[in-house]
Design a protein around this ligand. Sequence first.
Ligand code: PGA
Length: 252
Amino acid sequence: MRQLIAGNWKMNGKLADGAALAASLDAQAGDLACDLLICPPATLLATLAAQLSGSKIHVGAQDCHAKPSGAHTGDISAPMLRDAGAAWVILGHSERRADHGESDAVVLAKVLAAVAAGLAPIVCVGETEAQRLAGEQNTVVALQLTGSLPPDFAGVVAYEPVWAIGTGRTPSEADVAEMHAHIRATLVSHLGATGGGLRILYGGSVKPSNAAALMSLPEVGGALVGGASLVAADFLAIAHASDAVATGVRAG
Ligand code: PGA
């Protein structure tokens, strides 16, 4: 299975620096065995999608509204994102679940809207530190998956422990492997055979120094990268670590 290395730029980047970062990635990406995706802020989508048309770098959004249009001031719909050139959309990121009170039901409605508009969804799940300390991580993540994914889901899942996002801390390799096995089993029971083939990304403080170890774990199908995706050399180093896994060469 090709790994997916996705960059979540979050609320970072104006036109000039976003275009420069995209150009730098495009110039240096070369031949990669993984799929490479950037998810810039919505203000940059149309520009960067046009700039990268014909390139191997995919472009996606960070959220969408559940309705295709209407009286929703400040929101952006899935068809609008598609029209701007997005092919993917991140949904249910913990920052949206926390900052905007997004429940699993809201995320599910957004997944349906994204798919209807032709966007490939990346649905994020993950426990808080308190939940992990209480040993509740498997229950929490299973509930998020069954609540956020429709029975015919065919997109990507990203496991992002909330306490690992932007902190420089990551779970142990054993904990990542255990959670990814748990997510795989939950996907198979919720989605049937399709659940056996979906990519499960790991996200949370992925950087060049830990990417090779994380990407080579069983059931890890790529990475969702925040901070390190804003530096071309770091994001590409993570992509190359994924490539080394694909070709059986264990990188540094
Ligand atoms: P981080 O963010 O890589 O900066 O920890 C990951 C994410 O939130 O997707």
